[in-house]
Design a protein around this ligand. Structure first.
Ligand code: PLP
Length: 355
């Protein structure tokens, strides 16, 4: 742990357009917020929350078409990643420690959780177009027999999408390995692996309410076979989701699911518009994305153009994520899709001759 760096994101001052954290840009409408506040006022804060997630379990089980004992809740899917690494950290015969396989670059918490829970991370570099290097990945699977394989579908920060048929093929070929389809951005158009999980019990699906406009609630969930959920549940802290968060999630999903979904569709439409505008800019290389963000590359290796652009965007009150350091993401910026007005501001700043 001493050798790790804590997960952190820069927060420059004077930011008016926040496009750095892959959040959904739409706040809840004011009348919904006021009604929600009245509802939250009834929560009995002297009592512990229901340990099993209460009615949220029924709501999400119905939405996913799974049994109620096929769900585990986490304080964000971040916690689910840690719980999986903690639960399935048993080394294979003749191995000193368990291993966890995933592509790189990918979501930083896969690596942190593997190490923090005593496992060895095995990171397979993505190809230059940020698709998975299947032969290298399959070689590691064959040789190392990891306990867990994390595949973010779509991947963060690249937006690329490992195909469902490949994931299913691997899960069928390696029944002793648990494959996790991390579908944090699943509401932005990618096909879910959920229907496959019914016949492949080593295929687990991870989802979250964070990216659909409820990031502040910190509610993520695992959909998996009951025998897997039972084990993860032994490791989970009994009251890991607070009463206010549970109550808000239940009320919002019961009464405003349609509105939340519509906002994701709006983001998809904006993504397509942004992608077309960025693709038409000279000196910008754009990667295809199935998520609520776009990854772009600016400049030549080592020229730090992307860092300069990031700084100028900050000066104009626009925050995006900068990955411009030596490595596979050199020259890359990641921009979260915002509201139409926010996106316009970003595109305008990007279109200036000095960017
Ligand atoms: C691929 C991926 N998985 C999981 C998460 C964590 O989401 P949560 O907010 O549910 O912890 C993120 C957050 O950015 C992500 O990009």
């Amino acid at each position: 742990v001493r050798s790790l760096e804590a997960y952190s994101v820069p927060h420059p001052t004077g930011i008016e357009v926040k496009l750095d954290a892959n959040e959904n840009p739409f706040p809840l409408p004011s009348e919904v917020r006021h009604e929600l506040a009245r509802h939250l006022a009834e929560v009995e804060l002297n009592r512990y929350p229901p340990s099993d997630g209460g009615e949220l379990r029924e709501l999400l089980a119905a939405e996913c078409g799974v049994a109620r004992d096929s769900i585990v809740f986490g304080n964000g899917s971040d916690e689910i990643i840690h719980l999986l690494c903690a639960t399935f950290a048993e080394p294979r015969p003749r191995a000193a420690v368990a291993s966890v396989l995933f592509p790189t670059p990918s979501f930083a918490v896969f690596r942190l959780a593997a190490i923090a829970n005593g496992s060895e991370p095995i990171e397979v570099p993505l190809l230059s177009d940020f698709s998975v290097d299947r032969s290298a990945f399959e070689r590691e699977l064959e040789v190392r027999q990891p306990s867990l394989v994390f595949l973010a579908r779509p991947n963060n920060p690249t937006g690329t999408l490992p195909t469902l048929s490949w994931v299913a093929e691997l899960a069928a070929r390696y029944p002793e390995v648990l494959f996790i389809s991390d579908e944090a951005y699943g509401d932005y158009g990618a096909e879910s692996a959920l229907p496959l999980a019914a016949r492949l019990h080593n295929l687990l699906i991870m989802r979250t309410l964070s990216k659909i406009g409820l990031a502040g609630l910190r509610i993520g969930y695992l959909c998996a076979a009951p025998e897997i959920c039972r084990e993860v549940d032994k490791v989970r802290g009994p009251y890991n989701i607070g009463s206010l968060n549970l109550c808000a999630a239940i009320w919002l999903l019961r009464n405003h699911r349609h509105g939340l979904r519509r906002r994701c569709q709006q983001v998809v439409a904006e993504r397509e518009r942004m992608a077309a505008a960025l693709a038409a800019m000279s000196g910008v290389e754009l990667f295809p994305s199935a998520a609520n963000f776009l990854l772009l590359r600016i400049g030549k290796p080592g020229d730090r153009r992307a860092t300069q652009v990031w700084q100028r965007l900050c000066q104009r009150g626009i925050l995006v994520r900068c990955f411009d350091a030596p490595g596979p993401l050199e020259g890359c910026l990641r921009v979260t899709i915002g509201t139409t007005a926010e996106n316009e501001r970003f595109l305008e700043a990007m279109a200036q001759p000095d960017r």
